[in-house]
Design a protein around this ligand. Structure first.
Ligand code: NAD
Length: 259
């Protein structure tokens, strides 16, 4: 992927950080984005450059702010000349039954997990179309295919991004730009660790017990999907072998959605 630029939203942690590293290992220049401590982010950015000999730009666009998102894509194109690979990965979770779901949490989940992908695509697609090559990868979820209780905003956003993926694929079917979704099952990142901790506190049990319960409830393999496996899937979607693959979902969920 030398000479190409990959922009990964929400890449200061978890799945996004692993994808940024995987694209850097393939020789792409990288734009990282996300929240966190400024010194930690700079350390991560510099480490990517040193480890892989590529150029890495950090942009702190807040995924709830369309203007900042447009500025991020512009800054990436100014610095590197193009955004060739766009990974819409930033995401948050909130769990509550619908009747108790705080309106501001609904708005935040929909903005970060769904609308931000519309805004990044809107800004990045013209350049991809002009160059005749682009890869858009939307990080959906098993919750883009099936539902669970207490996750109304998350499930709505993830089903929404699967639909958005299909529309982008159709609109660009002859342009050299593909758009696909990756649907992970449980992955042990801060987003899921927080849910395990909340369950342990609510049920008065241990982290180990709730980890097992969480996996057994949904994921038949009994194993977490790893961030490295997901990064491998993203790299595959950018390969020649995937060039006629568009508008689809790749599930890496240990059998969750086969049930
Ligand atoms: P994570 O909490 O480790 O990372 C989330 C990233 O999003 C962080 O870099 C964070 O800073 C960023 N982010 C959050 N709010 C933001 C905002 N307003 N503006 C910019 N960046 C923001 O979580 P993760 O598990 O790596 O999740 C990444 C994606 O994978 C999410 O879309 C999530 O829904 C999806 N996913 C995760 C799992 C899982 O089990 N962990 C399963 C399925 C799907």
């Amino acid at each position: 992927m030398q000479g190409k630029t990959a922009l990964v939203t929400g890449s200061t942690s978890g799945i996004g950080a692993a994808m940024a590293a995987a694209f850097a290992a393939e020789g792409a220049n990288i734009v990282i984005n996300g929240l966190g401590d400024a010194a930690d982010i700079e350390k991560g950015r510099a480490a990517l450059e040193a480890d892989y000999g590529v150029s890495v730009l950090y942009h702190g666009a807040d995924m709830t702010k369309p203007d900042e998102i447009a500025d991020m894509v512009r800054a990436a194109e100014d610095r590197f000349g193009s955004v060739d690979v766009l990974v819409n990965n930033a995401g948050i979770q909130h769990t509550d039954p619908i009747e108790d779901f705080p309106v501001d949490r609904w708005n935040a989940v929909i903005a970060i997990n769904l609308s931000s992908a519309f805004h990044t695509m809107r800004a990045a697609l013209p350049g991809m179309q002009k160059r005749g090559w682009g890869r858009i990868i939307n990080i959906a979820s098993a919750h883009g295919i099936v539902a669970s209780v207490n996750k109304s905003a998350y499930v709505a956003a993830k089903h929404g991004i699967v639909g958005l993926t299909k529309v982008a694929a159709l609109e660009n079917a002859q342009s050299g730009v593909t758009c696909n979704a990756i649907c992970p099952g449980w992955v042990k990142t801060p987003l899921v660790v927080a849910q395990i901790e909340a369950r342990a506190e609510k049920n008065g049990t241990s982290i180990e017990r709730e980890t097992q319960a969480l996996l057994l409830e949904k994921q038949p393999s009994g194993q977490f999907t790893t961030v490295e496996q997901l990064a491998g899937a993203a790299v595959f979607l950018c390969s020649e072998a995937a060039s006629n693959m568009t508008g689809t979902t790749m599930t890496l969920d240990g059998g969750w959605t086969a049930q």
